[in-house]
Design a protein around this ligand. Structure first.
Ligand code: ATP
Length: 583
């Protein structure tokens, strides 16, 4: 059952429960009222103690005494009882059984309940129908002229090359059939977010001049029972009707993962059904029909193996983060329609944006353009790009900095100077693009932006250096302010350092004592990790920490100079840092 419907039933159930409890309390309002015998009642009547009586047809009557206490007694059901009461100066209130309200209210409640249930169910059904109609409606992007083509994608050369082959397959399936070549049915594009997987899928359809049908795995997570599978069937039916086409399923891991039962919520059964429908449809269409299914994921490691078997997504194309040349190409592409000032060197920007995805680079230029527009400058300058760079990486600068005390600024300055100094001292190829004590809206007190050398592999030395850089902040705090005054500011540094150390020892086999054992495999096979790993990680971090403190002590005057300058200027760039550190 769909969550929304479940929610509606829950609400209805709650309303009815509340009404029932309300009615119960209303009906039992008089529970604490004294029950007196009819004789006592008569005594009270004679003594003039009775103020009012509620008369009705039931076996009991109730009333109030002058001392405001309430009572219930047997209804004598005698003739002239009302007159008797009136003569005794009692206010007589005639009610039906249980009181007028007591009679009417439950009926009112009941009807409101019925109406409410009917309304909610009707509404829910309508909503479900509407959603079903929406879900089943997969429209193709057919206006070829406006569509993305390979020339709109910079970098990703290998991926483009693999897809170009497919263009021919789609255009002329017959040509390949003659040679007995089978067109791949499914192609999986995998890689980090924002690297252009969707763009590539769209471009394939454009280049092959066929319709492009796109859905996302996450759309199927909360659907009504059976709807996911029926949507998949409709999608393939439509694609077949249009002859040749490209079907794109983004975030396929949302479907693939559900089968493994990692998210063993109610959605998994539905995910299972949807995935089965997909696999059935994929094996159902004839080879060389000219339909190709592309899927994208950021997490190939979590995918159901069934998806990767031959005849399914058996061709896998990696779409990785762009290297410096690809970054330059992407920057050039996205700055085409933007007025760049003469001082903007996109090659330099490409060099300083290691690990940026295509989407981040696009975002960087867009933010720069927005800053230029906000300042009413005619061109986008390097200064705008630098500001945007920080915004993309660490969030917006916090505008109100007045509440930060002098002490806090000093602690942040030493902490960040510690990171920057260690980065420069452990490897002179490390770039510290910026160090700053300006807090960001993402809650960071300051930051030191270390750009590692652009290399394909990380060496053991690189990882060790990165751990030391992460420890530099805490070590500087300890040296300057003393062990009792270290702060909470190092928590994310310590997390990073520990993660790096665990990977280094447990995943990359880079520790002499623990050898080449992959602890990932041990954990995945439910074997126990012996605490040796933790012990080693602790030892390693301690050793590095002592080493870092030694470097800082040897460079104490540089550390002071860097921190002082930071307090004064708030942020320093690579050039200024190098100057202070005599590099
Ligand atoms: P996700 O995994 O998050 O779905 P994705 O890999 O599918 O991401 P896209 O949606 O294709 O990424 O890319 C997002 C945006 O990033 C594009 O619209 C484009 O502006 C920009 N972009 C990414 N890679 C490139 C590239 N290689 N060339 C040009 N622009 C790119």
């Amino acid at each position: 059952m769909n969550l929304n419907i479940k929610k509606r039933y829950l609400i209805v159930f709650l309303v009815i429960a509340i009404l029932t409890v309300g009615i119960y309390f209303y009906a039992n309002k008089n529970k604490e009222i004294n029950e007196i015998s009819y004789r006592t009642f008569n005594e009270y009547l004679e003594k003039g103690k009775v103020k009012e009586v509620y008369l009705n047809e039931s076996s009991k009557i109730s009333g109030k005494l002058y001392d405001d206490s309430e009572f219930v007694t047997d209804n004598p059901r005698i003739e002239n009882f009302k007159e008797k009461l009136l003569l005794a100066n009692v206010d007589v209130i005639e009610t039906t059984k249980g009181g007028v309200l007591g009679q009417i209210l439950p009926v009112v409640f009941m009807f409101s309940g019925i109406f409410l249930v009917a309304y909610l169910i009707k509404n829910g059904t309508k909503q479900a129908e509407k959603e079903m109609a929406n879900m089943a409606n997969v429209e193709a992007e057919t206006s070829i002229s406006k569509r993305i083509s390979f020339k709109d994608i910079a970098g990703n050369e290998e991926a483009k090359e693999s897809l170009r082959e497919l263009v021919d397959f789609i255009k002329e399936p017959g040509k390949y059939a003659k040679y007995g070549a089978r067109m791949p049915r499914g192609v999986l594009l995998y890689g980090p977010p924002g690297t252009g997987k969707t763009l590539l899928a769209k471009a394939l359809a454009t280049e092959a001049q066929v319709p492009f049908y796109a859905v996302s795995g996450s759309d199927f997570i909360q659907v009504y029972a059976g709807l996911g599978a029926s949507r998949i069937r409709k999608l393939f039916k439509k694609a077949k009707e249009s002859g040749k086409s490209v079907i794109f399923i983004d975030e396929i891991d949302a479907l693939g993962k559900a089968r493994k039962g990692i998210n063993s919520n109610s959605g998994s059964e539905e995910g299972d059904r949807t995935l089965n429908a997909l696999l059935t449809e994929m094996s159902g269409f004839k080879e060389n029909e000219g339909i190709i299914v592309l899927a994208a994921t950021n997490r190939i490691d979590t995918l159901d193996e069934a998806l990767l078997r031959p005849g399914r997504f058996d061709r896998q194309i990696e779409v990785g983060l762009p290297d410096v040349n690809a970054r330059y190409a992407i920057l050039k592409l996205h700055s085409k329609n933007k007025p760049l000032a003469k001082d903007v060197d996109l090659k330099e920007v490409a060099r300083e944006t290691v690990y940026f995805s295509g989407a981040m680079l696009e975002n960087l230029l867009n933010e720069s353009a927005m800053i230029a527009a906000r300042n009413k400058n005619s061109n986008i300058t390097m200064d705008h790009i630098n500001k945007a760079y920080l915004k993309v990486l660490v969030g917006e600068e916090k505008k109100d900095r007045s509440s930060i005390s002098k002490e806090d600024r000093e602690i942040t300055a030493y902490h960040e100077a510690g990171h920057a100094l260690i980065a420069k001292r452990v490897d002179k190829n490390n770039k510290v693009a910026k160090v700053s004590i300006i807090p960001s809206t993402r809650g960071m007190g300051g930051f030191s932006l270390n750009i590692p050398p652009d290399r394909m592999y990380q060496t053991k030395k690189d990882i060790e250096n990165n751990i030391k850089i992460a420890l530099g902040g805490r070590a500087a705090e300890e040296i300057i302010f003393g062990t009792e005054y270290i702060t909470t500011g190092a928590s994310s540094d310590l997390k990073k350092a520990t993660e790096m150390a665990i990977s280094m020892i447990g995943s990359y086999g880079m520790d002499k004592d623990l050898g080449l054992v992959s602890y990932d495999v041990i954990v995945n096979n439910n074997l126990t990790i012996d605490s040796k790993l933790v012990e080693r990680v602790k030892e390693l971090l301690n050793t590095f920490y002592e080493e870092v403190k030694k470097i800082l002590l040897q460079n104490k005057e540089y550390l002071d100079a860097l921190a002082r300058k930071l307090i004064l200027e708030e942020s320093l760039n690579e050039e200024q840092i190098s100057k202070i550190l005599d590099i």
